[in-house]
Design a protein around this ligand. Structure first.
Ligand code: AMP
Length: 305
């Protein structure tokens, strides 16, 4: 089974509260997603960068087994840029600057050999780009989307239309509140379900994630991390492990989604240990599975409780 993704490819500047910062590093939702999902399945990327996209980013990304035939370097355009600063709790963050650049332009063409993709992930990007990819895969087995505060603020109508066409939606608690007006995450998730998807996953940072599915509910804590260097990409990495696992298993039952969420949690727990994709380029599937086992043992609450 093949997994296709579109989303941002960015040049990020990240500041953390302990005074560390990374200037102009490889980022973007589809980068974190494709890198993480490549541990599970074949991933196909559709995205655009500008002529300023640094060559060493290509090399950094080449380490991952991702098909980049759909990654267009567009002449006359500039790459998406994002500058964020994390709060003391390493969960909340402020966007200090964002330059949409090529993200505000048309989606690049989808290569013909991507056409048989059955699993589609619409990573955080302009909802017009998400819709453009989605419309080309009417036969998909599973379509899941992510979004972010900027798009809820500026493109709510398009996002609402998108919600009517997808199977699953992942968002964090602040975004769920912003989208629905509900601060209770369960009520917020149910309001999102009423807008169309079969399931919604609300991520709550270090407090884990909640699944609301038309056929059941699931809760999962986060992996207990003792060192968080940079949380950027945690959400995309969570989605990557989840979608990567679901694609490889070719099983979209509630039980499979719950197991997939545990994989997502584990991939995210690696991403946050270093800036950019640097930690992901050091690990392999065996390490992911080993950490999943540790995570599983933490979750063992025993019978009869
Ligand atoms: P996450 O930490 O998982 O929410 O994703 C972080 C990534 O999202 C960063 O690498 C940014 O480049 C990218 N990003 C930030 N703002 C946006 C936006 N409005 N649309 C798409 N991607 C974004």
């Amino acid at each position: 089974m093949s997994l296709i993704v579109t989303g941002s490819v960015g040049i990020d500047t990240v500041e953390t509260p302990d005074g560390q910062r990374a200037d102009d590093v490889l980022g973007g939702s589809s980068i974190y997603f494709a890198a993480g999902a490549s541990f599970f399945t074949k991933v196909r990327l559709v995205a655009a960068v500008g002529e300023d996209f640094p060559e060493h980013f290509q090399e950094q990304f080449q380490q991952f087994d991702v098909c980049t035939d759909g990654l267009e370097q567009r002449e006359g355009s500039k790459t998406f840029r994002w500058h964020g600063r994390y709060h003391e709790n390493m969960n909340d963050r402020d966007t200090l600057a964002v330059e949409l650049n090529v993200l505000g332009e048309a989606l690049p063409p989808v290569p013909d050999h991507y056409r048989d993709s059955k699993y589609v992930f619409l990573a955080n990007t302009h909802p017009a780009g998400q819709m453009a990819l989605l419309d080309q895969f009417p036969e998909a087995k599973l379509v899941v989307a992510d979004t972010m505060d900027l798009w809820i603020e500026t493109e709510k109508d398009l996002l609402t239309e998108l919600l009517g066409k997808i199977d699953g939606f992942v968002l964090n608690d602040a975004e769920a509140k912003q989208l629905t007006g509900e601060s209770n995450v369960v009520r917020a998730a149910d309001k999102v379900l009423a807008m169309g998807p079969t399931f919604v996953i609300v991520k709550k940072g270090e407090h884990g994630a909640i699944l609301r599915h038309k056929d059941g509910t699931g809760v999962l804590p986060a992996f207990p991390a003792h060192e968080v260097v940079d949380p950027t990409g945690a959400g995309d990495s969570f989605a990557s492990g989840m979608m990567g696992y679901l694609t490889a298993a070719d099983d979209i039952s509630v039980a499979s989604i719950k197991r997939a969420m545990a994989y997502g949690t584990v991939v995210a727990s690696y991403t946050i240990e270093k800036f950019s994709t640097h930690r992901l380029s050091e690990i392999d599937r065996e390490q992911i599975d080993a950490r999943l086992e540790t995570f599983g043992s933490h979750l063992d609450i025993g019978a009869g409780i």
